[in-house]
Write a protein of this length. Structure first.
Length: 433
C-alpha cells in the first residue's frame, strides 16, 4: 500500500499549496492605514471595506481575509457549499447546493444583491471567488422557475459540455453573471480575488465571471444548447429566455468596453499549475523521476484514461517514476449510476491496465468532491483489480452505467478526503515502479 501512501502525500502537498490562508497574504497586505491589494493601493481612511464571495473556498477565503484585515472590515457575506463553512467573526456565511443550485442558492445571491445596496460611492468591495460559484450564486431569471433552472444545469452537466461552454449558457441565464454583479454597486471600487478552477484561467469562465467582461452572446449560448442536442430537452421557458436575448429583448452581459469595468480589478491567486508544481516537488522529495503534464486533462474522461495508460505502460525510463496531469475532463452521462469524472477516469484506467502490477493511478478533484459523491476520486491499482476479480464485479458494466462510485466502494478504491477548502480542478497522479 506504499504506492497509495505516496500518491496521497503528493495530492496533499498539492492541495496545501493552494489553501487561501497561504495565498491571500501575498495579495492583501496592510501598510499602515493603506491596503495593498495586488498592485493597487486602497487608502482605508477614505473608504468602507466590504467583503462578498462565493465558491467552495469562499468561507476559507473569508476566514483568511478576516485574519488579515479584521478591524477594517465593515461587513461581509459569502456563500459556500454545504458542509464547507468555517468559523467566521465578522463575515456572514450562507451554505447552498452544488453542482445543481437549490433554493438557498437563489436566496444567497438575492441577499448578496441586497447587501451591496448599503455601499456608497468610494466604498471598496473585496470579492472572493472560487470554483462552484456558478451554482452557489444562482439567481432565477424572470419567467423561469427554480425547478427549470435546476433541470437545465443538470442537462448541461450530463451533456459532456466543457466548463467554459456550460458557463456561457449560465451567464445568459442570470442577472449577475458575466460582469452584471457590478451593476448592483456601480459606484464602488471592486477587487476580485480568484482561485481558478478552469482551463486557461479565463476570467469570464471562473464562477461565470460576475465582475468581469463577457464577450459571448445569447446567440453563443443557444449554439451550445444546439451543439449538445439539448434544444428539445431544456424547459420551454429557458429556450424562450435565450431566444428573447437573441432578439435583444433581454439585456446582454457586460462587454469589454463597458465603463463599469474601469473600477473592477482582478487577481488570480492560484490555479491548477500552482498545485501541479507543489505535487511535482513532493514527488521528487519522495524519490521519483517526475514528469508533469499541465492543462493536459480535457475532453472525455475515457479518452484521457487511454492516453495516461499508454504513457505509463510504454515508459522505459528511470524508475520509480511519477507522471502528474492537471486539468478537468468531462463525462457524457448515459447510465443511471453514481460517480464523478475522476472516478470514471480511474475506472477506465483500471480496465485498460488489466493485470499490470507496476502502475498505481490516483485521479482526484482538489476540492475533495468528485461529482455528487463524498469521494474526491479513486485509486486504480492491483488491489482494486484483485477485489473486483474476487467479487466478480465487471469494470465494463460500471463504466457503461456511469457507476464508478459503487464499483470503487465495493473494491476499496475510493479516495475520500472531505472538503479541502480550495478548488483548482483535478489531478491525476501515476506512480510507476
Amino acid at each position: 500500500m506504499q504506492n497509495r501512501i505516496h500518491a496521497e502525500a503528493i495530492y496533499r502537498a498539492a492541495v496545501d499549496a493552494v489553501q487561501p490562508a497561504a495565498l491571500l497574504p501575498q495579495y492583501l497586505q496592510l501598510k499602515g492605514n493603506v491596503l495593498q491589494a495586488g498592485n493597487n493601493t486602497v487608502p482605508l481612511a477614505a473608504t468602507n471595506l466590504y467583503v462578498i464571495g462565493a465558491g467552495k473556498a469562499a468561507a476559507a477565503m473569508a476566514q483568511a481575509t478576516e485574519q488579515l484585515l479584521a478591524e477594517h472590515i465593515k461587513a461581509g457575506l459569502v456563500t459556500t457549499k454545504y458542509k464547507h463553512a468555517v468559523p467566521l467573526k465578522i463575515i456572514k456565511c450562507i451554505e447552498a447546493a452544488h453542482p445543481v443550485p437549490d433554493e438557498n442558492s437563489s436566496k444567497a445571491i438575492e441577499q448578496t444583491i441586497t447587501f451591496l445596496q448599503q455601499t456608497k460611492p468610494g466604498d471598496t468591495i473585496l470579492c472572493l471567488l472560487s470554483g462552484g460559484a456558478s451554482a452557489l450564486w444562482a439567481d432565477v431569471p424572470e419567467g423561469i422557475c427554480l425547478d427549470e433552472l435546476q433541470q437545465t444545469f443538470q442537462l448541461l452537466l450530463n451533456s459532456g459540455a466543457a466548463i467554459d461552454e456550460m458557463n456561457c449558457v449560465r451567464r445568459h441565464l442570470s442577472k449577475i453573471k458575466g460582469g452584471q454583479l457590478l451593476r448592483h454597486a456601480a459606484h464602488a471600487h471592486w477587487h476580485t480575488f480568484i482561485i481558478s478552477d478552469v482551463p486557461g484561467n479565463k476570467l469570464e469562465t471562473i464562477a461565470s465571471g460576475p465582475t468581469t467582461a463577457d464577450a459571448s452572446s445569447f446567440n453563443d449560448a443557444w449554439n451550445i444548447i444546439n451543439q449538445y442536442n439539448l434544444e428539445k430537452t431544456i424547459p420551454a421557458s429557458v429556450a424562450q429566455h435565450l431566444q428573447k436575448g437573441i432578439e435583444g429583448r433581454i439585456t446582454e452581459t457586460i462587454k469589454p468596453a463597458d465603463a463599469l469595468l474601469e473600477q473592477s480589478h482582478h487577481y488570480i491567486i492560484s490555479s491548477n499549475e500552482t498545485a501541479l508544481n507543489a505535487a511535482a516537488k513532493k514527488a521528487t522529495e519522495l524519490g521519483y523521476t517526475v514528469f508533469t503534464f499541465p492543462a493536459s486533462l480535457q475532453g472525455e474522461a475515457a479518452d484521457n484514461a487511454a492516453t495516461i495508460v499508454h504513457h505509463a505502460t510504454t515508459y522505459n525510463g528511470l524508475k520509480p517514476a511519477c507522471f502528474i496531469y492537471g486539468g478537468e475532463t468531462t463525462v457524457t452521462v448515459k447510465g443511471n449510476g453514481i460517480g464523478g469524472r475522476n472516478q470514471q477516469l480511474a475506472l477506465c484506467a483500471l480496465q485498460q491496465l488489466g493485470a499490470n502490477k507496476q502502475v498505481t493511478v490516483l485521479a482526484a478533484g482538489t476540492d475533495g468532491t468528485d461529482g455528487p459523491t463524498d469521494a474526491a476520486g479513486a485509486f486504480a491499482d492491483e488491489a482494486v483489480l484483485q477485489q473486483a476479480l474476487q467479487q466478480q464485479i465487471q469494470a465494463t458494466v460500471a463504466i457503461e452505467q456511469n457507476d464508478a462510485y459503487t464499483f470503487f466502494k465495493q473494491t476499496g478504491g475510493l479516495f475520500i478526503t472531505g472538503a479541502t477548502q480550495t478548488n483548482v480542478m483535478d489531478l491525476v497522479i501515476v506512480l510507476i515502479h
